[in-house]
Design a binder for this molecule. Structure first.
Ligand SMILES: NC(=O)c1ccc[n+]([C@@H]2O[C@H](COP(=O)([O-])OP(=O)(O)OC[C@H]3O[C@@H](n4cnc5c(N)ncnc54)[C@H](O)[C@@H]3O)[C@@H](O)[C@H]2O)c1
Length: 316
């Protein structure tokens, strides 16, 4: 098996590399450390690229920008992979508003470049794309909510397990990031439905794991832990710190990918998340309470944890 992974130095991409190298696959990674350009030195992913190179002789890194159409076409023509996992992205709402061209060129156009290159040079390959629950925009906020001690939850039995893939992605506010991801998500479906390619889009909630180069604008759990260890104040915004998204470990995301590789379909869409696995919710408020209990806070005034307020996440 020959796997091409884009965004291979990032959280999900690197977990994909680790996993499939351990399965004995030949793995090619594409990454240009754009995360450092997006988020500065704390977003730098070179450490992870070096870690992968040292750990896996069957891993080959390609320094390539997925916005570069010719380079992407050449790459697919040369490698002709049997499987593709596309995780390279501009992943932040807030950054997208200040860099809309980079956001759209990476998320939407980069995805089209990869899909078309795969169709032309490796049309039998199974193609998995990391999409996001932001494709639903703010539409889930229309569902009735109830306020609990540490979280908001849906107050409608129809949504007790979250929303399904049938939920509308239309007529809502997405952020520019959400809109560029919608374009990619729909294009991935289209290459499955129109061309019959084996494609799927995974709509993740909050993905986490050991290899995230967490920054304030993206990778909240990684960043929260970093702040905790460094004794830095962690800023949270809005909703009293009670709005939640479920968290799923990067390893579990990759296990799902493997299952799809073994039984691929055309143009599929899956919400992917951890569900209500953390008692009483996964709001930042709850995480802070956990940290306070299990990791000795290094803040000068630990009671500050209680005062931090609000962060906006939803569960899908
Ligand atoms: N992390 C989350 O909580 C989360 C939630 C939902 C969806 N997702 C989606 O999952 C995917 C992976 O997320 P992640 O957390 O691993 O992100 P990440 O930022 O850790 O990894 C993305 C990698 O892509 C690389 N990259 C960015 N632009 C590139 C370009 N133009 N050319 C080549 N490489 C480029 C970056 O350098 C980075 O290493 C993204 O599509 C993201 O939107 C993530």
């Amino acid at each position: 098996m020959k796997l091409l992974v884009t965004g291979s130095s990032g959280l999900i991409g690197s977990e994909v590399v680790d996993y499939f190298c351990q399965q004995g696959w030949q793995v090619h990674g594409v990454d240009n450390n754009m995360r450092a350009d997006f988020f500065g030195p704390q977003g730098d992913t070179r450490w992870n690229q070096e870690r992968l190179k040292a750990a896996h002789p069957s891993f080959h890194h390609h320094e390539l920008d997925i916005r570069d159409r010719k380079a992407v076409l050449d790459c697919l023509a040369t490698l002709t992979p049997t499987h593709v996992v596309h995780t390279a992205a501009q992943p932040s709402h807030d950054l997208a508003a200040s860099r809309p061209f980079d956001d759209f060129d990476t998320n939407a156009v980069g995805t089209l470049n990869l899909l078309e290159a795969t169709r032309l040079h490796a049309s039998e390959a199974v193609f998995i794309h990391m999409s996001t629950n932001k494709v639903y925009g703010d539409r889930p906020n229309a569902i009735k909510l109830k306020e609990l001690d540490t979280r908001w939850d849906y107050d409608d039995p129809a949504y007790v397990g979250g929303i399904t893939e049938e939920f509308s992605i239309d007529q809502s506010k997405h952020s520019l990031f959400g809109a560029s991801k919608v374009a990619a998500d729909v294009m991935v479906q289209e290459y499955g439905r129109y061309f019959g390619m084996k494609t799927c889009a995974l709509r993740g909630g909050c993905l986490t794991g050991p290899n995230h180069s967490g920054v304030e604008l993206h990778g909240f759990l990684s960043y929260l832990i970093k702040c905790n260890l460094a004794g830095k104040k962690y800023n949270v915004f809005g909703y009293k710190g009670k709005q939640v998204r479920d968290n799923i470990h990067s390893f579990d995301v990759v296990r799902f990918m493997h299952a799809f590789f073994e039984n691929p379909r055309c143009g599929e869409v899956y919400n992917i998340g951890g569900g209500l696995t953390i008692p009483d919710g996964a709001s930042p408020r709850r995480w802070m309470m956990c940290l306070k209990r299990f990791i000795k806070p290094r803040l000068e005034n630990p009671s500050e944890l209680k005062l931090l307020d609000g962060y906006c996440h939803r569960r899908v």
